[in-house]
Design a protein around this ligand. Structure first.
Ligand code: SF4
Length: 404
């Protein structure tokens, strides 16, 4: 039997996400909403559908009175810190009579900063908008088998490209929309809060809050049922590519596809943090972010990261490459890192066609088409990929297949 304690189970070692949903739902007047039921509602994590006891986050008394706005802000500040136009955390903010001095935990050397997304207004009152946000992420119900119908909206997440504001990196919410939607929930909740309530500085001047940061990255360490793969970490090195193929899928992706687009390679502090919190021994890693997958081998941090991960893992490392980073020195590094498997986007063995098709400098095409002997000699396992473009004949495709 469930009791009414607010935090009872979590897939995470830290129950702050559960606590946030239960606290805020307990502050919202749901008596006049479509969720008006009984005296209590059960809250379930929506990702773990169908609704089951495993997804139960807690039981919340139904409220017929809205909590004070500052109580909602306090719940938000347990997990995030509002940031100013320079993307720096706001040191002091006021909501009514209450004063808050959020203390971000920067001890790990990197902070995740995101834009506050556009607020979507669905009703006249804050509780209408707040409930619309929360119910996108949790089921509300009367017991484990009876979830109430809840709306699911397509939120506007703001810009999809990462950007730097002075020394601070702002990452797109698209990077966590699929993998860690609770971060998006927090951003959207902050957005509707700010649309209905004013927060000010100590002098009473209204504050502009275009960004927010996670209070502590360690709140978002994920406990996995399996050993995390080192290959997941390599994916973070692939935020940009050193060429621009005519057929690149990245040019055609619609903006609504929720994957982050990188303006630059991953920063060293973020990679260091992800490496530090990657602990296969305890089956834990930092929350996942999904970025467009480009070229892994050209990131200047690759060598150091790969050596460190090989020290900590004996799994096969898997890389997709356009081939032009496969210089003799890099082939030697890959030999050292074995077991390694490569997929090489060769496309054609014809020098001129490859160079034109992939908008590639001749020196790089030379490397891409000249690496195979070296790979064979070092017994590095590889496959090739080809894109059938109209300007490539079947004879050319066949010649490439036969040659390799
Ligand atoms: S190598 Fe791949 S990621 Fe890079 S431009 Fe070509 S298709 Fe796109």
């Amino acid at each position: 039997m469930k009791d009414s304690s607010p935090i009872v189970s979590s897939r995470f070692p830290f129950g702050g996400q559960n606590d946030f949903f239960c606290r805020t739902l307990g502050l919202i007047d749901v008596s006049g909403s479509r969720f008006a039921i009984d005296e209590k509602i059960d809250v379930f994590e929506k990702r773990a559908a169908p609704v089951s006891d495993d997804a139960w986050l807690g039981t919340v008394p139904v409220s017929a009175v809205d909590g004070h706005p500052a109580d909602h802000l306090e719940a938000l500040l347990s997990l995030i810190v509002p940031c100013d136009a320079q993307a720096h955390p706001i040191a002091e903010l006021r909501c009514g009579e209450r004063v808050f001095r959020p203390v971000p935990e920067d001890g790990d050397g990197f902070c995740f900063v995101y834009p506050v997304p556009p607020a979507k207004r669905v009703g006249r009152h804050f509780h209408d908008d707040a409930l619309a946000v929360l119910s996108d992420y949790v089921w509300l119900g009367r017991g484990a088998v009876d979830p109430l119908p809840t709306p699911v909206t397509q939120p506007d997440l703001g810009a999809r490209l990462s950007r730097r504001i002075k020394a601070r990196e702002v990452q797109p919410l698209h990077g966590v929309a699929q993998s860690e939607p609770f971060i998006v929930a927090l951003g959207r909740y902050l957005a509707v809060f700010l649309a209905h309530h004013e927060i000010t500085d100590a002098a009473g001047t209204p504050l502009h809050v275009p960004f927010f940061q996670l209070r502590s990255a360690r709140d978002w360490i994920v406990q996995l049922p399996h050993v995390p793969s080192a290959n997941e970490l390599f994916a973070y090195l692939s935020r940009i590519c050193n060429i621009a193929c005519e057929f690149c899928y990245l040019f055609g992706n619609p903006e609504t596809i929720s994957i982050a687009r990188g303006a630059k390679t991953i920063s060293k502090p973020e990679m260091d943090l992800r490496m530090k919190l990657f602990t296969p021994e305890t089956r834990q890693r930092l929350f996942k972010a999904t970025w467009e997958i480009n070229e892994v081998l050209v990131d200047p941090k690759f060598e150091k990261v790969a050596r460190e991960l090989r020290r900590r893992s004996d799994e096969t490392f898997f890389f997709i490459t356009n081939g032009n980073p496969l210089t003799p020195a890099r082939c030697a590094l890959l030999e050292e890192l074995k077991p390694v498997e490569l997929i090489i986007s060769t496309n054609t063995i014809d020098f001129r066609n490859r160079s034109e098709l992939m908008h590639e400098k001749e020196t790089l095409t030379n490397v891409a088409l000249g690496c195979f002997e070296d790979l064979d000699a070092r017994e590095i396992c590889y496959g090739i990929s080809m894109v059938a473009m109209p300007d490539q004949s079947f004879d050319e495709l066949e010649a490439t297949i036969r040659a390799l």
